[in-house]
Design a protein around this ligand. Structure first.
Ligand SMILES: Cc1cc2nc3c(=O)[nH]c(=O)nc-3n(C[C@H](O)[C@H](O)[C@H](O)COP(=O)(O)O)c2cc1C
Length: 421
């Protein structure tokens, strides 16, 4: 169906309230780390270049890539930071760029915990809930002390306040994908005996404390959302169950978050986060960021990446809306909006999902990397460059600026943006 202006009518283009904020549509650009900041985490022209077209495309809400709250929480080179007041002017430039197009932008705040290759970011200290080694990177962290946990809470609050001062429209706290707050939620990575470990109530304590403290500092009206896993997918290890994940979300709803975004997986689960094809991804990793892995993992990747790609393609084959089975469960139990990410590509599918009530909004990463004007294209029923989930973008995180690295799609995108300007 189209309206008088020839635009498609769809629930995707209907407004949605997130706390005090009204989004003009229900398609959100999810967080994808830009690796376009300066070495010490300041906004650069290259970072602004990534967001300009997304704002021009009318994207209803943009969530930044994960921004570290302290240097100890930095996961990749050229990642953006909000760990110091001197970063506020640069962050404000990013916000102004989006606001100039009447767009909205949230900052995603994160601490990587054990999910880091120390040599990649020159880290000398790696922390987590407990000292459980990460299978993917081989990194063994030390467990945080209770005093350090309190410091961590204040770092999140200070970073959130810097983002508020820079003009961001809201904050997303990253508690998915096996990063530090997810490490606290997950029984496999949280073996603590104190009040931050054991029961779900305890494992969720740090996240609750951060939400409460951010709320207190930023005010009740400031939009605050959390990204959570619907499942950890840690084969043969004790991951978060869907029941526990929903229970954690209910606790967070009770202390005042405005929405949840549902994803899946840790680094140590393989690739459920970005299902698709892994040929271009693993080839890039073998000669790129994989060079910083410990020696046996590095050699294994360099020798066996083609075999690994074949296996990954079989296990994590592409599928549109692959986290919907989780979002439905959150929808049944929560009153706040439920956003779901994972493999969305077509208007017809997203239309159906929203109409069925499987979620309140949809978020996407790779589709927007391939086509930053995607929202406009969907609305006007025109076709731009279409992502094929080749994951070449993932393979280059930290070694090259975030972009589409599929040659044909990238050429289409560059030509489209050149025409635009
Ligand atoms: C290059 C790249 C970087 C990513 N960086 C982040 C990040 O900083 N924070 C986050 O929560 N998820 C990150 N993700 C995961 C995405 O947010 C999203 O969950 C995933 O890509 C699945 O959505 P999609 O199928 O729409 O791409 C990243 C994904 C990609 C492809």
């Amino acid at each position: 169906m189209t309206n008088l202006a020839g635009e498609l009518t769809s629930p995707l283009f209907s407004p949605l309230k997130i706390g005090s904020l009204e989004l003009p549509g229900r398609l959100i650009k999810t967080a994808t780390v830009e690796t376009r900041a300066s070495n010490n985490g300041y906004v650069t022209a290259a970072l602004l270049d990534f967001y300009g077209p997304l704002a021009q495309g009318g994207t209803p809400l943009i969530i930044t890539g994960n921004i570290y709250t302290s240097v100890l929480g930095k996961s990749t080179p050229l990642q953006l930071g909000a760990d110091d007041d001197s970063k506020i002017p640069g962050l404000a430039q990013l916000v102004d760029l989006v606001h100039a197009e009447k767009g909205l932008i949230f900052a995603q705040l994160s601490h990587c915990g054990r999910q880091v290759i120390p040599d990649f970011v020159a880290a000398t200290d790696v922390v987590s809930a407990s000292n459980v080694k990460d299978l993917m990177t081989g990194t063994k962290p030390r467990s945080l002390t209770e005093a350090e946990i309190q410091l961590l809470v204040s770092e999140f609050v200070n970073a959130a306040q810097r983002c508020q001062r820079a003009g961001f429209d809201g904050i997303q706290i990253h508690a998915a994908h096996g990063y530090l707050l997810s490490q606290f939620l997950t029984p496999h990575t949280n073996r603590r005996q104190d009040s931050y470990g054991g029961s779900l109530n305890n494992r969720c304590r740090l996240l609750r404390e951060i939400v409460i403290a951010v709320r207190q500092r930023l005010g009740r009206q400031f939009p605050l959302i959390v990204k959570l896993n619907g499942a950890d997918k840690l084969a043969l290890r004790q991951g978060l169950s869907i029941a526990d994940a929903v229970a954690a979300a209910k606790q967070l709803e009770a202390v005042g978050i405005d929405a949840v975004e549902i994803s899946v997986g840790h680094y140590a689960s393989g690739f459920p986060v970005t299902r698709g094809n892994f040929w271009r991804c693993l080839r890039a990793m073998a000669s790129g960021n994989g060079r910083f892995l410990p020696i046996l993992r590095r050699i294994g990747l360099q020798l066996f990446w083609p075999l690994l790609a074949v296996l990954c393609n079989l296990v994590w084959y592409p599928r549109e809306g692959y986290n919907l089975r989780y979002s439905r469960r959150f929808k049944q139990q929560l009153s706040i909006p439920v956003i779901v990410v994972g493999g969305f590509l077509t208007e017809s599918f997203m239309h159906r999902v929203l109409q069925r009530g499987d979620c309140d909004a949809i978020s996407a990463g790779r589709a927007f990397i391939a086509d930053p004007l995607w929202y406009r294209h969907l609305k006007t029923n025109t076709r731009g460059p279409r992502c094929v989930n080749c994951n070449a973008c993932i393979g280059r995180v930290g070694t090259e600026p975030l972009d589409c690295y599929h040659p044909r799609i990238r050429a289409h995108k560059d030509a489209m943006l050149a025409n635009e300007s």
